[in-house]
Design a protein around this ligand. Structure first.
Ligand code: FEO
Length: 163
């Protein structure tokens, strides 16, 4: 049985993962409309990952006899100045998500919820991978530079979004 405080923070994370999915979907659609098929592919894959993360929270909360309330998702931005700005935003967003995963772990420790401490570890590891995978994209983007975005768009097709 989940303690109410733990249940509450887990339910809040459903919203954050759902928002992440829609944010990346919005970014993917923007990139596709700008002719950047590779960037769009990477972001669509990322949006799917986030949906999977959201479902993991839903399933875990219900498995522990909580109640996974499905939230409204606020509207994502729809335009970005360029893909440099866009990927900086992806990284900042993942850092924000990492902080909220850490908050869940800290609360589970405080509440002596050993099962949630154990379960959330998957996300702790996942966030390390997600931040690293976005940083790899940003590093490539900076190396290739603004005049070679076509090459970057081909190149990112070979990079997989974090799982
Ligand atoms: Fe589900 Fe990218 O954090």
């Amino acid at each position: 049985m989940l303690k109410p405080k733990v249940e509450k923070i887990l339910v809040e994370q459903i919203q954050k993962e759902g928002y992440s999915s829609f944010l990346y979907l919005s970014m993917a659609s923007w990139a596709e409309s700008k002719g950047m098929a590779g960037v769009a592919q990477w972001l669509y894959a990322q949006a799917e990952e986030e949906k999977m993360h959201m479902l993991k929270f839903v399933e875990y909360i219900n498995e522990r006899n909580g109640r996974a309330i499905i939230p409204a998702i606020e509207k994502s931005p729809e335009n970005w100045k360029d893909i440099f700005v866009l990927f900086d935003e992806v990284l900042a967003h993942e850092q924000y998500i990492s902080a909220s995963i850490n908050d869940i772990l800290a609360l589970a420790v405080k509440e002596n919820d050993y099962a949630t401490q154990n379960w959330i570890q998957w996300f702790v590891t996942e966030q390390v991978e997600e931040e690293s995978s976005v940083q790899t994209v940003i590093d490539k983007l900076n190396l290739i530079g603004k005049n070679n975005l076509y090459i970057f768009d081909r190149d990112i097709m070979n990079l997989r979004a974090a799982e």
